[in-house]
Design a protein around this ligand. Structure first.
Ligand SMILES: C[S@@+](CC[C@H](N)C(=O)[O-])C[C@H]1O[C@@H](n2cnc3c(N)ncnc32)[C@H](O)[C@@H]1O
Length: 344
């Protein structure tokens, strides 16, 4: 039986498993837990609603990757999400980047559209990654055209590649959590079942639902039905419940500051550090430009500008249920004044 444990995306709980980081936060210091890392802005898909900023076509050099990974290690960062930007599998140093990050002692998550997978890349993913999520967002070629702007041939190729990844995982006995993602919205819900059935057929460990940023389409009934119909010991149906369950709350924020930016950051393919993945390339969220300013990651991260960005972020203008949302709420409550807290 596949013993892979899929988490419940419960970041509000996960933040409490990093007490040393919370200590650093309140006392100043190494707070970084997770970094989203864009290797390249080049992409081989054409998703109409893509949130990745890839207009400038940038790509990190190997020397920059080495400098950044060293910096992440020195800053005590723990997880690296290799994502985009563009499509990480297209970076010529993709395999040795995974090796470098892993050898620096950090866990790796990988988001990819899966089109450029090869057996060699599958083997590296199986060896170095903690999780690998293929952004599929369809169960049929028709939906793939809508969500990824790609034809049936590309869809079939990705399905074949997912089967190859499942085979490599089996053959190597890898513990990588191998899943496929589906972004939900009014225009995509009708493909949810076809997507789940396809994932199961391709040997993926779990089919995962997340909402398109800002979309509040309720999928709960269909999600429950698909879970009951398709789950077994080797296959799970998952959803980012921390986001979906917030849809019905009137005040969906519950915090006034983005303290999450001290724990979770983004490094883009033009070697810039941004406070948030939803605000890549927005000047108000720019913590520093390693390439442009000739600075190391440590210099950028420890700069005064990080605090200026923090002070200036107006969370009411941010997209709802962002990555930091659930632990921002926890962090706000940790800072609250508690009357008579000495008398427990
Ligand atoms: C921009 S993609 C780049 C990485 C890689 N090319 C991929 O397809 O996963 C990074 C992540 O953003 C997600 N994404 C893209 N557009 C989105 C949207 N409109 N709302 C929410 N997530 C989105 C994708 O599902 C993927 O997990």
């Amino acid at each position: 039986m596949d013993k892979t444990v899929f988490n419940s995306f419960n970041s509000s709980e996960k933040i409490l498993h990093h007490i040393d980081k919370l200590d650093h936060f309140f006392n100043g210091g190494k707070t970084l837990i997770v970094t989203e890392f864009d290797l390249t802005n080049k992409c081989n898909n054409n998703c109409p609603l893509c949130v990745g900023v890839k207009e400038n076509g940038s790509q990190l050099t190997w020397d920059e990757i080495v400098m950044i990974v060293k910096g992440l290690k020195n800053l005590g960062n723990r997880g690296v999400i290799v994502s985009g930007g563009g499509e990480p599998l297209l970076h010529p140093d993709f395999i040795r980047t995974l090796e470098l990050i892993k050898n620096a002692g950090m866990e790796i998550g990988l988001n990819s559209n899966g089109l450029a997978l090869t057996r060699e890349k599958c083997e590296a993913i199986a060896k170095y990654c903690t999780y690998f999520r293929v952004s599929l967002d369809a169960g049929t070629p028709e939906m793939y055209l809508k969500t990824h702007g790609m034809n049936a041939k590309a869809f079939e190729k990705v399905c074949e590649n997912m089967k190859m990844m499942a085979e490599v995982k089996r053959e190597t006995g890898s513990a990588v959590s191998f899943t496929a993602g589906f972004l939900t919205g009014a225009g995509t819900v009708k493909d949810m079942e076809a997507f789940v059935a396809l994932c199961k057929e391709c040997g993926v460990g779990a089919a995962q639902f997340r909402p398109f940023t800002g979309d509040r389409t309720d999928i709960s009934a269909e999600y429950d039905r698909l879970k009951a119909k398709y789950e077994d010991d080797n296959f799970k149906v998952k959803a980012s419940l921390q986001k979906y369950t917030k849809f019905c709350e009137s005040d969906c924020r519950g915090y006034s500051k983005c303290r999450g930016m001290f724990f979770s950051t983004v490094i883009t393919a033009d070697a810039k550090v941004f406070a948030c993945l939803h605000h890549r390339q927005e000047p108000d969220f720019l913590i520093g430009d390693m390439r442009g300013e000739g600075k190391t990651l440590e210099e950028v991260w420890n700069s005064y500008r990080k605090w200026m960005v923090y002070e200036n972020i107006d969370v009411t203008k941010c997209p709802p249920y962002c990555r930091n949302d659930s632990f921002n709420a926890v962090l706000e409550s940790l800072e609250a004044d508690c009357v008579h807290k000495e008398f427990m």
